[in-house]
Design a protein around this ligand. Structure first.
Ligand code: KIV
Ligand code: ZN
Length: 392
């Protein structure tokens, strides 16, 4: 059965860049946008053009540069925002305006001091106005995660009537559980009149660590766009991580959805974003963290040396990492030591290994991690060094 396509909407340069201290200049943003385009994302959210002259300039530059992906600019449901976004996207080959408004009771009451009916009217007018500039208009119902489904369906219907091509259902506060978010998408698929004319999009935040699970559940229940950022960066605990979504779909073919992303570029893209923003990626970050393919306990190392698949569900080459790492610590066993010793030029017999291993443990207890140059020292100070040296 052929797979259905799920669009990858990258918002590293908009929601991702909202991380305090991670602001990028136009040149850096263009370099990242070019890399995202090579990576194969379907949509690049380039910025929030009315927010500052710098952001406007960046969206213009990205619109002029990007060749394949749709370029998108964010707005509030405010006419001036929409006019400025349309202007910034003028040179884009495929422009999209992303407009919307908060729909949860707390947003309606506290942020807008408004009513449910008034919010529907504002949503309709914003989409209709955006549509007068571009064909492709995405509508977001901010805080949809905490918006009652029945009301959310009415908002979505209004946005579709006004011409929205994509309906973004953000779990803005990262509150939903996966089954709850999946049911929300299913409910909208089944209850919104005109839904066949629009794509539902997942936009999940990670406040409870559920952003990836929620987005996948949304896609399983019918969403055909997922909004995400490289390394999962974004407001507070961040957004859904692009690399996680892409690899979940690749490693679980029965979900029957695929993306256009060239997974072999994931690691270099992650490094580019992390270096440009000066935001360090946690070592245990799934897919792209420094330890994602590193093995340090003796039992795991022995398994991986015998066959990589014993402890790895992804081939590191598939995400652009050259090879798995066998890290030597005091928890490592003989197999790992023999493996690493061979890599630096020593083929040890079983008896030699026993002797070198005893020396290794004394050394490793003093150090957190044993490096290649330490292996030379360990072997050179072992009882059997003369024997090893004369054999090589
Ligand atoms: O999280 C959110 O609700 C957003 C919208 C502005 C799309 O980022
Ligand atoms: Zn967001």
């Amino acid at each position: 059965m052929s797979k259905e396509h799920v669009q990858i909407f990258d918002t590293t340069l908009r929601d991702g860049e909202q991380v305090p201290g991670c602001k990028l200049n136009t040149e850096q943003k263009v370099i990242i946008a070019e890399q995202l385009d090579r990576l194969g994302v379907d949509v690049i959210e380039a910025g929030f053009p009315i927010s500052s002259p710098g952001d406007f300039k960046s969206v213009v530059a990205i619109s002029e540069t990007v060749q394949n992906a749709t370029v998108c600019g964010l707005t509030r449901a405010v006419p001036k925002d929409i006019e400025v976004a349309a202007e910034s996207l003028r040179k884009a080959k495929k422009p999209r305006i992303h407009t919307g408004i908060g729909t949860s009771d707390s947003h309606i009451k506290f942020k807008f001091k408004s009513t449910r009916d008034e919010i529907i009217e504002r949503a309709f007018k914003a989409v209709q106005y955006a549509k007068s500039f571009v064909e492709d208009v995405e509508f977001y119902a901010e805080d949809a995660g905490r918006t009652e489904n029945e009301y959310l369906a009415r908002v979505c219907e209004a946005a579709i009537k006004a011409g929205a091509t994509v309906l973004n259902i953000p779990d803005t506060t990262g509150y939903c559980l996966p089954n709850e978010y999946g049911e929300k998408i299913k409910y909208l698929k089944e209850n919104v009149t005109g839904i066949e004319r629009a794509i539902l999009s997942c936009h999940c935040h990670n406040d409870l660590g559920l952003a990836t699970a929620n987005s996948i559940e949304g896609a399983i229940n019918g969403a055909r766009q997922i909004e995400c950022t490289i390394n999962g960066i974004g407001e507070r605990a961040g957004n859904t991580a692009l690399e996680e979504i892409v690899m979940v779909l690749k490693q679980h073919p029965y979900i029957n959805l695929d993306t256009n992303v060239n997974t072999q570029l994931l690691y270099e893209t992650s490094q580019l974003v992390s270096n440009s923003m000066g935001i360090y990626t946690q070592p245990n970050k799934a897919i792209v963290g420094a330890n994602a393919f590193a093995h340090s306990s003796g039992i795991h190392q022995d398994g991986v040396i015998k066959n990589r698949e014993t402890y790895e569900i992804i081939d590191p080459k598939d995400v652009g990492v050259t090879e798995s790492a066998i890290v030597l610590t005091a928890r490592s066993g003989r197999a790992a030591l023999a493996y690493r010793a061979k890599k630096v030029g020593y083929e040890l017999t079983k008896l030699q290994l026993d002797d070198v291993y005893a020396n290794f443990l004394i050394f490793a207890d003093r150090k957190k991690e044993v490096a290649d140059h330490d292996i030379h020292e360990i072997i050179e100070t072992s009882n059997v060094y003369q024997q090893i040296a004369s054999a090589s």
